[in-house]
Design a protein around this ligand. Structure first.
Ligand code: MRU
Length: 365
């Protein structure tokens, strides 16, 4: 995607090949800043602090982290220690472990002196593949958007296709394109009138800061919705379809995604509004057969008790919004049962949110 006319991915190797560079997502939407990450510890810290976030992107970053760790210690013990350090940064998104497993597998039986280079090349492949996979998700979702808009027109309803999304599942969450936002960009580029409701997504506001930043940069019509407004907007007929990304889908089709997704899926069902989940194969956890088994990340209470924003003088400040002494709970994700999902949109096509549906798309998995 382009920022002020310059094409960017969210992660890339530095020219000297000694590090990676990423967009610092904690500084958006107010400042567009990139940071250099030179070793596995820095990458683990960047994943934990959410300088990089979004399931596919933390997988890509983790893969580079393992490669950099192997430059310092290419032994089996070094590999295992780096794997554990990176894996425990974010427990819910399965893409992180998927990428770490993939890199570990390709280096495990290789001579030590070649391991770091093999891992580096595998990390680059993961990034390139992610771009292509997201492009295909976009194309498969575009057909659904096209049909939905045609149906709306045929029903004599005026206005654009109104799409509600939660959190950020755009190019910032991946290497490029995004999952849930890829069909939105493609529909916009294809001339389909589209308007996006971006849920603010408390506590970290990925919708209000990152999704809105993306849509704004690309010129897509959008407005930010307070998290609690979605149900009302659906009742009022202002939402034609919902689409979200996911951090882990279990074999039975249950969907873990940013906290608040479940409530939107419930409201969509109550209002007969289709609720789609866009995902790459790397987000499917075939080892779990129920969403109840997914570990849910619990984050610091300060994410709830404070808000960060830009002051009128341009400075960024964090302020307390709750009484001193009131604790907060901060589960990062929730699980939407498969029965509330209209369909999965993947790189391999579209299928019902069932084990059979997933297996029809990915028979070899
Ligand atoms: O905590 P985050 O910002 O990493 O959570 C991101 C999400 O929940 C996204 O919706 C999900 O990773 C899908 S990204 C393509």
């Amino acid at each position: 995607m382009k920022i002020k006319g310059v094409p960017y991915r969210t992660i890339w190797p530095t020219e000297d090949g000694k590090a990676i560079e990423v967009i610092d997502q904690t500084r958006l939407p107010h400042h567009f800043v990139t940071v250099r990450l030179s070793d596995a510890e820095e990458i683990a810290d960047a994943i934990w602090r959410m300088i990089v976030r979004g399931a596919p992107l933390i997988g890509a970053a983790g893969a580079y982290g393992l490669a950099l760790a192997l430059r310092e210690d290419a032994s089996d013990e070094g590999l295992d220690a780096a794997y554990e350090m990176l894996a425990e940064t974010r427990p819910t998104a399965i893409n992180l472990r998927w990428a770490l497993d993939r890199v570990s597998r390709v280096v495990r039986n290789k001579p030590r002196e070649s391991r770091a280079q093999i891992a580096w090349e595998e990390a680059a492949r993961i990034c390139d593949e992610d771009v292509e996979v997201c492009r295909r998700i976009g194309q498969n979702g575009l057909k659904i958007f096209r049909d939905a808009y045609a149906k709306k027109q045929a029903a004599g309803k005026p206005g654009p296709l109104n799409v509600l999304t939660h959190c950020n599942a755009g190019w910032l969450a991946c290497v490029d394109w995004g999952t849930a936002l890829a069909p939105i960009y493609m529909a916009h580029d294809a001339g389909i009138p589209i308007h996006v409701w971006a849920d603010e997504t408390r506590p970290r506001n990925q919708g209000a800061s990152l999704t809105a930043f993306e849509l704004n940069s690309h010129g897509v019509s959008h407005a930010i919705l307070a998290d609690n407004a979605g149900g009302h907007m659906m009742q009022a007929g202002a939402v034609d379809l919902c689409i979200v990304g996911t951090d882990r889908v279990t074999a039975n089709g249950d969907v873990a995604n940013k906290i608040g997704t479940y409530l939107k899926a419930l409201a969509a069902r109550d209002n007969n509004i289709p609720f789609y989940v866009a995902l790459p194969a790397s987000t499917i956890d075939w080892t779990l057969d129920s969403g109840a088994l997914i570990p849910i990340e619990e984050r610091a209470m300060e994410e709830v008790t404070t808000m960060t924003g830009r002051l009128s003088d341009g400075h960024i400040a964090t302020v307390h919004i709750t009484p001193e002494g009131s604790p907060a709970a901060n589960p990062g994700f929730d699980v939407t049962p498969a029965r509330l999902v209209t369909a999965f949109i993947t790189e391999a096509g579209v299928a019902p949110a069932t084990e059979q549906g997933l297996r029809s798309l990915f028979p070899k998995s």
